[in-house]
Design a binder for this molecule. Structure first.
Ligand code: NDP
Length: 504
């Protein structure tokens, strides 16, 4: 029942009055009974779970409760070598010679199994990584299945993707993925590699290995030939051993720019082809003629989706000066209704920060923002006692030189800057070492096209944000990396092309 009417903001009386309801959501907890987590896991090599050579394991915890979930194996260089050898055998004997039509059948089976077991994968992803169940259920898992369906479609049609070319798989591919979209990043990497005839050694992130290990069980269920996909869990040292292995035909990495640079040095010294999908500091640009209510939703979704642990997050809001004050008021108003808490609650909008380390990085950068003179706003929401949490944050009075305007925070923190003209918006948007994504809100189509042409970003959304599709290539410029994932362009890094005999 409405018990009072208050203005949306005291500082701007032109905003519509907001009816305040004194009702709270009842908890709507997703059941976890569908998930069974083993006490410990081996490495997935040659189609079997095997013990690591050193016997070393580490504990993985749930970031929303800090409870230990399982013991995960730590793969050494010897284990990585076993995995690469298994992948090489599978490539030479089975997967390389297999027809595209037969490979497609396996990819379709994987996609269908992901759909059938969607709730299990979504609940496990949320327990292990801290993201809201609403997102793992509605975004991560459906998109992962869509990637396998999409690439299954290509597997027997590669000659249409690359007409008049002789097409060969690269061979054995090493892939390293981060913790922000564990299953989805696995799908982005594994699906195009398998569709084009490669075999894979994949290293998931240390804090989020569980859905990759459930995926390994799924691969056993669909009878994927042993060694076609191998999963080596472990920390950065395992990733490093994979990168440095001498018998890889291609590497693909998603993660931080600093680790990406190390990998680039190692790969280029040995001439190993590489795809890098690295950090970002996306400009989310709102013009005065935009549909304001939709833009507010877009900006909120652009930065607080997945706790801001998103490489393409709209972390720098550039709003036209004429509407800046009222727009920020609306954002603060909207933020007061964002629900932070138990990620297994279906009402939750912002879940747990993925790890204590990441919480430390966010806290340090936010403190730097305050110290450099930016103005901090956080809504008064109560946070659970256990787990890793950070209040959704908005910084105003941000200067281009501030660390919070330049560095990837990878957390629920929005930095607000203003501009007067489209030219100034472009100059500020491009004033970054990154070039992954950008968003534009305006009712003028010509302005969208002009802006998109000027912005140094691999992905540009107009009047929407954070839309992903398996058919649409994704990737960056500058220090955001190179190479594309998804779409036709995402197949190219996994094949070697040559002219057929008789064609110049
Ligand atoms: P990293 O780049 O360290 O991790 C990404 C993956 O690389 C993980 O699987 C990691 O393993 C592995 N790895 C770490 N070191 C090496 C190495 N030397 N050689 C090969 N692989 C390695 O990211 P962090 O988890 O440390 O996050 C740090 C920051 O990076 C974040 O705050 C964020 O700004 C950014 N980031 C960006 C991402 C993006 O998608 N653009 C994704 C993740 C982070 P392990 O997890 O076991 O350490």
């Amino acid at each position: 029942m409405a018990d009072e009417i208050e203005p949306a903001s005291r500082s701007n009386s032109s905003l519509p009055a907001r009816v305040k309801f004194d009702l709270d959501y009842a908890p709507a907890l997703e059941s976890t009974s569908i998930v069974s987590i083993a006490d410990e896991y081996g490495l997935f090599i040659g189609g079997q779970f095997v013990e690591p050579e050193s016997g070393e394991k580490f504990t993985t915890v749930s970031p929303s409760t800090e409870k230990a979930l399982s013991q995960i194996s730590s793969a050494s260089a010897v284990d990585v070598d076993r995995a690469v050898k298994a992948a090489r055998r599978a490539h030479t004997k089975v997967w390389g010679p297999m027809s595209g039509r037969d490979r497609a059948k396996y990819l379709f089976r994987i996609a269908r199994q992901l759909q059938e077991r969607a709730r299990e994968f979504a609940v496990l992803e949320t327990i292990d990584g801290g993201k809201p169940i609403r997102e793992s259920r509605d975004v991560d898992v459906p998109l992962a299945a869509a990637h396998f369906f999409y690439h299954a479609g290509w597997a027997d049609k590669l000659e249409y993707a690359f007409p008049d070319r002789r097409i060969a798989p690269k061979g054995v591919v090493g892939q390293i993925i981060p913790w922000n979209f564990p299953l989805l990043m696995l799908a982005w990497k594994v699906a195009p590699a398998l569709a084009t005839g490669n075999t894979v050694v994949l290293k998931p992130a240390e804090t989020t290995s569980l859905t990759a290990l459930l995926f390994a069980q799924l691969l056993q269920d669909v009878d994927l030939p042993p060694g076609v996909v191998n999963i080596v869990t472990g920390a950065g040292a395992t990733g490093s051993a994979l990168v440095d292995h001498g018998d890889l035909d291609k590497l693909a990495f998603t993660g931080s720019t600093s680790v990406g640079k190390q990998i680039q040095r190692s790969a280029s010294a040995r001439g190993v082809p590489l795809t890098l999908e690295l950090g970002g500091k996306a400009a989310h640009i709102v013009f005065e003629d935009a549909a304001i209510d939709q833009a507010v939703e877009g900006v909120i979704n652009g930065i607080y989706f997945n706790q801001g642990h998103v490489c393409c997050a709209g972390s720098r809001l550039l709003v036209q000066e004429s509407i800046a004050e009222s727009f920020v008021d609306r954002l603060k108003n909207r933020l007061s209704t964002v629900r932070v808490g138990d990620p297994l609650d279906k009402n939750t909008d912002v879940g747990a920060i993925n790890s204590a380390e990441q919480l430390g990085r966010i806290t340090e950068l936010v403190a730097a923002g305050v110290a450099e003179g930016a103005e901090l706003y956080q809504p008064q929401c109560s946070l659970p006692d256990r787990g890793y949490w950070f209040r959704p944050t908005i910084f105003t009075n941000v200067q281009q030189s501030h660390r919070i305007a330049r560095e990837e925070i990878f957390g629920p923190v929005l930095s607000v800057l203003t501009f007067r003209t489209p030219e100034e918006a472009v100059a500020k948007a491009n004033d970054t070492q990154y070039g992954l994504s950008a968003g534009i809100w305006t009712e003028k189509g010509s302005k969208i096209l002009w802006m998109a042409d000027q912005l140094d970003a691999g992905v540009i959304w107009a009047n929407t944000f954070n839309q992903f599709d398996a058919a649409s290539p994704f990737g960056g410029y500058k220090e955001s990396g190179f190479g594309r994932e998804g779409g036709l362009q995402g197949l190219a890094p996994y094949v070697s092309l040559s002219s057929p005999r008789g064609v110049a």
